[in-house]
Structures are given as C-alpha cells and as structure tokens.
Design a protein around this ligand. Structure first.
Ligand code: ATP
Ligand code: MG
Length: 355
C-alpha cells in the first residue's frame, strides 16, 4: 500500500479496501485551509498561512484545498489560466515543505459533495449577512465590481462547505479570512440547531503576521495586485523587487534619520529577518544605515529562506507526475470523507427518501 520516492515520500494508496482510519491514526484533530489557484504563492502566503501549516501538519490531520471554484468567482472569464494555476499551487505547497505523508492536498471542483453542501447551506444564510461581510466588500472594491455575481457574494458559503466537509477543528488563515470563519460558525450553529448536531464550530488560527503589505506599501500583498515577491522568484528577482519596495518617504539622504514604523522594508525585516531587527531599527533611526544597504540585507535574508524551497522545487520539477499523483490521491481520500459527511447531512435534513 505504500511507495517510497522523492524524500522517501510514502503515500497510502487509495484502494477499495482503504478505510478512513488507515490515515493519520494518531491525529485526533483536523485542519482545513487552502488557497485560490489564481497565481503563484507569495511571501504573504508564507507568513500568513504556510508557516503555520508547516508546523501544524505534524500535529493535526491536515487538509489543503486548492479552491479552484472559488478562483472562478473572479477569474470565470479566463478558463485557460486555471489548469496551470492549480499545478502551480500544488508545486508551491510541496516546494515549501508540505509533506504529502502528513497533509492531504485536494482540488475543490473534483469533490462535487462540497458543491452539494454549499447549496444546502445557502438556504440558511441570508443575503444581508453576506452583503455585510467586510472582506467581500473590500474585495468587490478591489476588483471594481459595481455589481457582483451570485457566486462571488456567496463564496463564504462555499468556504463553509470546504471547512465542514472534513469537520475541521482549526483553520489557519490570514486576517482577511476572519469574517468568513465567523460565517461558517454561524452556519454550523444554525444547521445543528435546525436539524441535528452534525458539525463542530471551527476555530480560526491567525498567523504572527496577519497581513503582509505588498511592495506598493499600500495594499495587502496579493497575487492579483502585482505587488508580490513570489516563492519561486529567482535570487535576482528577489533583489530587484526588494530594491523597488516603498521606504520612508521623508528620508532623502542615507544619513537622514529614518522612521521604521512607516517603512515597508522594515515591515519585511520584521517578518523575515527577526534576528537583526533591533540593530536595523537602531541604525535606521540614527541614520547610520542607508535604504540601499538595508534593502540588500533584506534581500539576503529572503533568499536564505528561499534556498531550501528552491532546492525542493527543483526535485519536484524533475518528477512532475509525482506532484499530480499526490494531488489525485489526496482528492480521492478527501472525496470519501466528503461523501460520508453529505450522507450524514442528508439524513439530518431528512433528504434520504428511499432505502
Ligand atoms: P487573490 O488576490 O487571488 O485573492 P491572495 O493573494 O489574496 O489571492 P488567497 O488565495 O485569497 O490569496 O489567500 C490564501 C490565504 O493566504 C488566506 O488565508 C489569506 O488570508 C492568506 N494571505 C494571502 N495574502 C496574504 C497577505 N498578504 N498577508 C497575510 N496572509 C495572506
Ligand atoms: Mg484573496
């Protein structure tokens, strides 16, 4: 039932006689989290969620969803892009150190049971609740939607289905996701009270840097805003992008005293160069380190984090079939769990008319 391959990866192969209990026997609690396949993962994802996932995958039975239907809420008009982005996100997960022996990687659209749950939950969520969601509002502004699609307005409901299909206990996410977790908790409470106590209320887990700002110094670092340092950027690209980052606008000469609290580069030092933070802060305030030197040190710190990621990525790039196999196996395992949950839900809602 096992195979050994890259990094002695052993995967339980899914077969007719596989039972849910065959997996992660010792892990009692589950994590569900994921990303929209809308592009490459970046440093915002690294501090906003990947770090926590890497740490917790050994303790929790972890599910990582590649939320391709959710990607369609904004990218429905670019069907050619999705396939590449799904592969890209899977490759990024594995490159960063997600261990397929510990973590189940799955593709949302390959599990229709998640769509079924979304429909059931949509009966117990009001349009007003969704319209009040602050993340929906700010994303609609970001995308310039004067009117939004039914699917976009409702994506927090689909996220509730993602989280509950495997009855996740914990959801490690960035700050923008908190209203969505609250929405899921509301749905769970309502469902349990109306029908049967099938679900538990999931808890969010916010990272040490809940919102990493982009290179523009204004918006959240985001795949869709072209203000990101990507996990697969080369050494040179990292150096170039760091040089372009916004700094303290009041600082003209290298000897002018700086204001680290308003500097994007200092925020990145806080996230990626903690060991040297105090020294850099002191020297910036005293005007004894210029912005160019400060940026060079930041680029070095980021490149140091990226080195092992680059090496692992290269090994997976040499075995593209392995990446596909990991995602296909993960999705099969998740589908089986989703099926059991949908059966329970249908039974609770008395939708099981025939034997
Ligand atoms: P898009 O622009 O397409 O929405 P995104 O960069 O916002 O992409 P998502 O896939 O929407 O990425 O988010 C995936 C996860 O990463 C979420 O938990 C989100 O909170 C977290 N995340 C994304 N960007 C950041 C950031 N800049 N800082 C902290 N966390 C982030
Ligand atoms: Mg987003």
């Amino acid at each position: 039932m096992c195979y050994s391959n890259l990094y002695s990866i052993k995967l339980l192969r899914y077969s007719q006689d596989t039972k849910e209990g065959d997996f992660n026997l010792e892990k009692e609690k589950r994590i569900l989290t994921g990303d929209r396949p809308t592009g490459k993962l970046h440093l915002g994802h690294y501090v906003g969620s990947l770090e926590n996932r890497l740490k917790l995958q050994h303790e929790y039975d972890t599910f990582l969803i590649i939320a391709d239907i959710q990607a369609l809420t904004t990218n429905f008009d670019q069907p050619d892009k999705l396939s590449n982005d799904v592969h890209q996100v899977a490759e990024d997960y594995l490159a960063v150190g997600i261990d397929p022996e510990e973590t189940t990687i799955l593709v949302q659209s390959m599990i229709p049971e998640i769509a079924e749950l979304t429909i059931f939950y949509s009966m117990i969520v009001t349009v007003n609740q969704l319209q009040r969601n602050p993340t929906i509002k700010s994303e609609a502004d970001q995308y310039g939607y004067r009117e939004m699609s039914y699917g976009f307005l409702g994506y927090p409901v689909s996220q509730a289905a993602d989280i509950t299909f495997c009855k996740a206990d914990l959801v490690p996410v960035g700050q923008d996701q908190l209203p969505h977790i609250e929405q899921t908790r509301k749905i769970v409470r309502k469902f349990n009270q109306l029908y049967k106590p099938v679900f538990k209320e999931p808890e969010p887990l916010i990272s040490r840097i809940p919102r990493l700002v982009g290179l523009d110094g204004e918006n959240k670092m985001s795949k869709s805003l072209d203000n990101a340092i990507y996990l697969n950027d080369s050494k040179k690209e990292v150096e170039k992008k760091v040089m372009s980052a916004k700094t303290d606008p009041a600082r003209v000469r290298a000897t002018d005293p700086g204001h680290p609290e308003v500097c994007t580069v200092f925020e990145y030092h806080r996230a990626f160069n903690e060991d040297n933070l105090k020294e850099i802060e002191k020297r910036c305030k005293a005007g004894t380190i210029g912005c160019v030197d400060c940026k060079k040190r930041l680029a070095n710190a980021i490149n140091e984090i990226f080195e092992p990621i680059r090496a692992r990525r290269q090994q997976y790039l040499n075995k593209p079939d392995l990446v596909d196999e990991i995602v296909i196996n993960g999705t099969k395992k998740a589908k089986k769990i989703a099926k059991e949950t949908v059966n329970e839900v249908k039974e609770a809602m008395k939708l099981n008319y025939f034997k």
